[in-house]
Ligand binder design. Structure first.
Ligand code: FE2
Length: 376
C-alpha cells in the first residue's frame, strides 16, 4: 500500500518549461502492422482511424492508426528488409518506438529539452495538407525509444498530414478504454537514477513515488522503481531497473528479450473495469492470474469498496488503497511472443498511487509465467 512508499510532497511547480497537454499517441514498430491492427481492433476494441502507406504515397512503410476515446496507437511496419524500422523489429520484436506528447509549441519543446542535454531525434518539422499544419520534433530517451512533441492546434484533419481516413466493414465495439494513465520504462542495472535525473533536468518532471527493492521483491526476483510526473500530472512515466534477488528479475528478462531498455507496460484507464475486463476476456485477452487466496484477505486489506469482491474474483481484478482512495487494476500477459510489452487496465477511485499493495501477489504470478518460459 502507499503507506509503505516515500511520497514527496507536491510543491508548487516553479515555471514549467515543458508544458505538456497529454499523450498524443504511442507508435509501435511491428513486423506486420496489418495483422497487429486487426488484433487491437478485435481483442482491445480499438477503432480504425487513419492509414498511410503506398496508397497515400509512402513507399517505405505502412502505418495504421487506432483510437479508443483519448488513446491513439500507431502500428508501423517497414516494407523493405533494410529499412531502419525492419532493423528495429529484428532487434526488439514488436515494441514501442515513440511516446508522442501533445504540446502547444513543438519548436520550443525541442529547444528547451535539447538545450538541457537531450539527444536530438527530429529537428522541428512543419508538415501540412489541406486541413492545416502540424509541427513535430523529437528527442531520444532510453534504448531505441523516442519522445515526439506534436503541436497540432492548427490542424483539423483526421490524424496527421499524410494520413487518410481508414475504414473497413469490420468494426468491433470499444471496451471502454479512456486514456493513457502511465507508460513504464525498463532500464538497465544502475540506470534508473540517471533516467530520473534526465526526466527532472531535461523534461522538468518530478519524482512523485519511489519503490525500493525491499518493497518490490518476492522470494526470488526484485526491482526498483521511481515514478516521474510532469508539472500538471497529465503525463507519468515510472522507470524500473532490475535488482538482485535469488533468481532473475522480471526486468532483466525483459532486457534480455527486448535487447535494450524500452517500454514495459502501458496503463490504460477505464471508468468501469468490471465491464472492460469482462469484454477483454471474452475477446481472448490473457491476464496474469493471482491465487484465489488473494481475495480472502482483500476486504480486510482495502476496507469497503463499491465493487462486489465476488465479481472481481473470477475476473482477477486487483484492488489497492492509499490515503486518497482506492484503485482497481489488472495486467495482461505480454502481447508478443517475446516476454516484453504488456498492458495494465486501471480504474482510479480517488487513489493516485500505483498499486504497491499488489506487487507481491503480482510478481509471484509473473514469476510463475517466467518459470514456464524457462527464464527464472
Ligand atoms: Fe503500471
Amino acid at each position: 500500500m502507499a503507506t509503505d512508499v516515500i511520497e514527496k510532497p507536491i510543491t508548487a511547480v516553479e515555471s514549467d518549461f515543458l508544458p505538456l497537454l497529454g499523450t498524443d499517441f504511442v507508435e509501435f514498430y511491428v513486423g506486420n502492422a496489418k495483422q497487429a491492427a486487426h488484433f487491437y481492433k478485435t481483442a482491445f476494441g480499438f477503432q480504425e482511424l487513419a492509414y498511410s502507406g503506398p496508397e497515400t504515397g509512402d513507399r517505405e512503410k505502412a502505418s495504421y492508426v487506432l483510437a479508443q476515446d483519448k488513446v491513439r496507437l500507431i502500428l508501423t511496419t517497414a516494407l523493405h528488409p533494410d529499412h531502419p524500422i525492419a532493423l528495429h523489429t529484428h532487434k526488439h520484436g514488436d515494441g514501442v518506438r515513440a511516446i508522442a506528447l501533445t504540446v502547444s509549441d513543438a519548436r520550443d519543446a525541442f529547444k528547451q529539452t535539447t538545450s538541457r542535454g537531450a539527444k536530438p531525434f527530429m529537428e522541428p518539422k512543419e508538415i501540412s495538407d489541406e486541413n492545416g499544419k502540424v509541427v513535430i520534433s523529437g528527442i531520444h530517451i532510453y534504448g531505441d525509444t523516442v519522445h515526439l512533441f506534436v503541436q497540432r492546434s492548427e490542424y483539423k484533419g483526421i490524424f496527421l498530414p499524410g494520413f487518410k481516413k481508414w475504414e473497413t466493414a469490420y468494426q468491433p465495439e470499444p471496451v471502454g478504454l479512456k486514456y493513457i494513465d502511465h507508460c513504464v520504462g525498463n532500464v538497465g542495472w544502475n540506470e534508473m537514477n540517471p533516467w530520473v535525473k534526465f526526466y527532472e533536468e531535461v523534461m522538468g518532471f518530478r519524482n512523485i513515488l519511489t519503490f525500493d527493492d525491499k518493497q518490490i521483491s518476492t522470494e526470488y526476483s526484485a526491482l526498483m522503481s521511481k515514478v516521474m510526473s510532469n508539472g500538471n500530472g497529465y503525463v507519468k512515466f515510472p522507470i524500473n531497473e532490475p535488482a538482485k534477488g535469488k533468481k532473475k528479475s522480471q526486468v532483466e528478462e525483459y532486457l534480455d528479450f527486448y535487447g535494450s531498455p524500452g517500454v514495459q507496460h502501458i496503463a490504460i484507464a477505464t471508468d468501469n473495469i468490471v465491464e472492460t475486463v469482462s469484454k477483454l476476456r471474452a475477446r481472448g485477452v490473457e491476464f496474469l492470474q493471482v491465487p484465489q487466496t488473494y481475495y480472502d484477505e482483500l476486504s480486510k486489506r482495502v476496507g469497503t469498496i463499491q465493487e462486489n469482491i465476488d465479481t472481481l474474483r473470477p475476473l482477477g481484478i486487483l484492488v489497492d488503497r492509499d490515503e486518497e482512495g482506492y484503485l482497481l487494476q489488472i495486467f495482461t500477459k505480454p502481447v508478443e511472443d517475446r516476454p516484453t510489452l504488456f498492458y495494465e487496465i486501471i480504474q482510479r477511485r480517488g487513489a493516485r498511487s500505483f498499486g504497491a499493495g499488489n506487487f507481491k501477489a503480482l510478481f509471484e504470478a509473473l514469476e510463475r509465467e517466467q518459470a514456464l518460459r524457462g527464464n527464472l
